[in-house]
Design a protein around this ligand. Structure first.
Ligand code: PLP
Length: 397
């Protein structure tokens, strides 16, 4: 007899993966260029040249036996130091290697945090819709805790504080935020972060135990229009930051990121040790060694993110002028418009007729919406717009 929970998870592909696979099948029939795949968040912008240079330099100059060897479980100290120093230079913090645990990407970082913090099956983690669907899997199946969902504040996709206040309880162990957000593209305002921090401080005092803020930040560098994005950790002392280089450096397949545990976290030493322990339990020890070294040399760089800004402008202006209703995203590379019928699955199914591949909002906890992942070539966006228009006409717009 197998573990039935994980068996079910393994048999059921995520909707995003289903759509992605459908696109691959269609590409064989109509040609790759005629499939408008807006389903998956796989950056199409290449990694910056500095990544290529770092790889060659490391391979050519370092001892071949050690380049590919194990590092310490939490990541080599000099690599962690380089990351800490870059955070300090940008955010005026005073982190060091002992605050960082290097991981195989944000997915590993988040699941490590849930595992480290969940002490019993009664423990609850709060997640705001719209959300990255894997949170629920990591919380319930990875950490054996409860996932408490807060419905979306549709008018702006900031936090629904009224529902949050109702659902915080003595069982609340942590609250997960993701800004810039997948799938809405919304960036939490300073006001949202301050209000959240004040509320969590108040509840921490009331319950007599810390409520951790798990800040999932893989899109931290992808912001538009010159806006300032608050660095969250210094604003709430019990914050654990989950970061990844998948999106900022276009390295999703290389699996590299980190958990940051600031000194301000209550029982910092124990929380950091629990993060190490969770990495051990989940088998994530020693993040990919070559890419630990690569990112340590590229901490100040990003891929060319200007293409996303151009795509955002084209799509937002194009869709809005056709009558689609959408909040202006300030970051990440997703648009999250309302679908033109209440049943978002039916709408996305209808879009397939034009080989427009979109993900139903229900998968992110917000029915009646669709996610458009625009980390694609600008030409794909340009050629897709007339198809979005044909689709809109079917609904009488
Ligand atoms: N968190 C969010 C909000 C994401 O959108 C993603 C990936 O798309 C991840 C985490 C996982 O990122 P990684 O590829 O670094 O594991």
């Amino acid at each position: 007899m197998l573990n039935q929970n994980v068996l079910a998870l393994g048999k059921k592909r995520s909707t995003i993966r289903e759509i992605f696979e459908f696109g691959n099948q269609r590409a064989k029939i109509v040609g790759r260029e005629n499939v408008f795949d807006f389903s998956i968040g796989n950056p199409n912008v290449p990694a910056p040249d500095s990544v290529q240079q770092a790889i060659c330099d490391i391979i050519n100059t370092q001892n071949p036996a050690s380049v590919h060897g194990y590092t310490s479980a939490q990541g080599a100290e000099d690599n962690r130091t380089a990351i800490a120093e870059s955070l300090n230079a940008r955010f005026g913090t005073d982190y060091s290697a002992k605050n960082l645990y290097l991981t195989a990407g944000a997915a590993a970082s988040i699941s490590i945090c849930f595992k480290a913090l969940a002490a019993s099956s009664e423990d609850e983690f709060i997640v705001f819709a719209p959300y990255f669907p894997e949170y629920q899997v990591f919380i319930e199946h990875g950490a054996g805790a409860k996932c408490v969902l807060i419905s979306a504040q549709i008018q702006d996709f900031q936090i629904n504080f009224e529902e949050l206040e109702r659902k915080l309880s003595p069982h609340t162990k942590g609250v997960v935020i993701n800004s810039p957000n997948n799938p809405s593209g919304v960036v939490y305002s300073d006001e949202t972060i301050s209000r959240l921090s004040a509320l969590l401080n108040k509840k921490t005092e009331e319950y007599g135990h810390p409520i951790y803020l798990i800040s999932d930040e893989p899109y931290r560098e992808i912001i538009y229009g010159g806006i300032e994005i608050p660095f969250i950790a210094p604003k709430y002392k019990n914050t654990l930051v989950c970061y990844s280089y998948s999106k900022s450096l276009s390295l999703p397949g290389e699996r590299i990121g980190y958990v940051l545990v600031p000194n301000t976290v209550d029982n910092f030493q124990d929380v950091y040790a629990a993060v190490c322990g969770a990495g051990r339990v989940l088998g994530y020890v020693c993040a990919p060694a070559l890419f630990q070294r690569v990112i340590a040399r590229c901490t100040a760089d990003t891929a060319d993110l200007s293409i996303y800004e151009e795509n955002r402008k084209l799509l937002l202006e194009g869709l809005t002028s056709m009558g689609y209703n959408c909040i202006k995203p300030e970051g990440a590379f997703y648009l999250f418009p309302q679908t033109l019928e209440a049943n978002d699955y039916a709408f996305c199914e209808r879009a397939k007729k034009y080989d427009l591949l979109l993900v139903p909002g229900t998968d992110f906890g917000v029915p009646g919406h669709m996610r458009i992942s625009y980390c694609v070539q600008t030409e794909t966006v340009q050629r897709a717009l007339p198809l979005f228009e044909k689709l809109a006409k079917e609904y009488g717009l």
